[in-house]
Design a protein around this ligand. Structure first.
Ligand SMILES: [Zn+2]
Length: 416
């Protein structure tokens, strides 16, 4: 059984913060198919369309019949551990700092044999395991063998915590506590064991329902934060930047309508100022602080979460300017992800469909409840997932967008 993760000791401020060494991350272009699936939490392997054989490692052609008709397909991961080894020595700086490290050879029921990191609960070979794909700290897909069934404190496994961004005992900043989504996020993070939560609130004189309940939680400190104001962001980063392990940017402005139904650019500017420039201001101030602490003990800085919108993929004309601001934010979030990767900080982009809030009152259901969105974000942190499409609407849009972006554009233009 996994030993429960203990709260880390207070850091000695005199000691230097270690630099991050990443695990070896180079992968061929074909192997990125596995990374793409793992970034959404799935374990996929190539399956030959001619002879149906499943293959690993990924290649350009089928290992059995040389056909190039290979498709990525979800795998259940069931298999048998054939043998294992424990590394006590490594020339790689990343693994050298984390020894001993268990690796095993697993024969999947679907055919191929894979090498996987072993979860602590996996018993000696031969034993039944199931393989899951995770993203390691270099951003590459790796395979992990788990013991069958749910075990207590499974997530606390030292190796698994390397692949995830579990909020347990960590300190997080939630940029806007005044919305229902922000408050649901705070509740979910507290339930997941976060140690400290700084919760931003712009315009503190405006009383909003629910904020007092959040502020009363022992883990929560309300902090003034206005993403439209560069000085406000700089000041907060000066106070807490060196302590934050997880940033959750949920601040957004959302107005209905597209181009013709509104006069002037004020509403569109307000959307851009928070949804795009707000993210930019936040990333400029908090990004370097997170990067510098990505190897700082067992609760090192670990993740940056952006709440985007599924409208970032394709414009939804009834919410046209909002869609445009989220598309801009999505593009910037990709830049942030690339810049954070060399430090091992994970950028998680969340693409919800319409949320059940005041700006979507006129949209018919189904709509995503704030609590469901918050749970999916905490789960993404715990599972180490990079891209999240929470709820049925987002899943359906993603499916349609993957199938044919042009068809989706036409359908959304005609009202969805
Ligand atoms: Zn084949």
């Amino acid at each position: 059984m996994t030993m429960p993760f203990q709260p880390p000791r207070k850091k000695n401020p005199v000691l230097r913060t270690p630099q991050m060494n990443l695990p070896p991350g180079a992968r061929g272009r074909v192997a990125l198919g596995m990374t793409a699936a793992a970034s959404e939490g799935r374990f996929e392997l190539q399956v030959c369309q001619q002879c149906q054989s499943v293959q690993y490692p990924p290649r350009e052609a089928c290992h059995r019949c040389l056909s190039s008709a290979l498709q990525w397909r979800s795998q259940d991961g069931a298999g048998t551990l054939l043998g294992e080894t424990v590394l006590h020595h490594s020339n790689d700086p990343y693994y050298r700092e984390r020894l001993p490290w268990r690796l095993g050879l697993v024969q999947l029921d679907s055919g191929p044999t894979v090498i996987a990191h072993l979860h602590g609960d996996v018993t000696d070979a031969p034993s039944r395991v199931h393989i899951g794909a995770r993203i390691d700290r270099a951003g590459a897909a790796v395979l992990i063998a788990f013991a069958p069934g749910e075990k207590e404190h499974m997530a606390d496994d030292k190796m698994l915590r390397e692949m995830t961004s579990d909020p347990k005992f960590r300190k997080a900043l939630v940029t806007d506590g005044k919305t229902e989504v922000g408050q649901a996020l705070v509740q979910s993070l507290v339930r997941a064991g976060a140690e400290t939560l700084w919760v931003g609130h712009a315009e503190p004189w405006k009383k909003v329902p629910g904020l007092d309940d959040i502020a009363a939680l022992p883990q929560v400190t309300l902090v003034p934060l206005d993403l439209t104001d560069a000085r406000s962001v700089v000041e907060l980063a000066g106070q807490i930047g060196g302590k934050v392990d997880i940033v959750v940017n949920n601040a957004e402005v959302h107005r209905a309508f597209g181009i013709a139904a509104r006069h002037g650019t004020d509403a569109a500017r307000a959307e851009m100022d928070i949804n795009y420039f707000g993210l930019l201001r936040l990333a400029q101030e908090f990004g370097p602080a997170l990067r510098s602490r990505s190897a700082d003990g067992s609760t090192h800085a670990t993740a940056w979460v952006n709440i985007l919108s599924v409208y970032a993929l394709s414009n939804f004309p009834p919410h046209g300017t909002f869609s445009a601001s989220k598309a801009a934010a999505h593009s910037l979030a990709q830049c942030l992800r690339a810049e954070m990767r060399p430090s091992g900080i994970r950028v998680i982009n969340v693409f919800p469909g319409p949320i059940d809030d005041e700006w979507n009152q006129n949209l018919p259901p189904p709509k995503l409840a704030p609590a469901a969105l918050a749970s999916s974000i905490v789960k993404a942190l715990q599972d180490g997932v990079e891209d999240v499409y929470p709820g049925d609407v987002a899943q359906e849009w993603l499916e349609r967008w993957r199938e044919n972006p042009k068809v989706l554009e036409r359908e959304l233009g005609a009202g969805g």
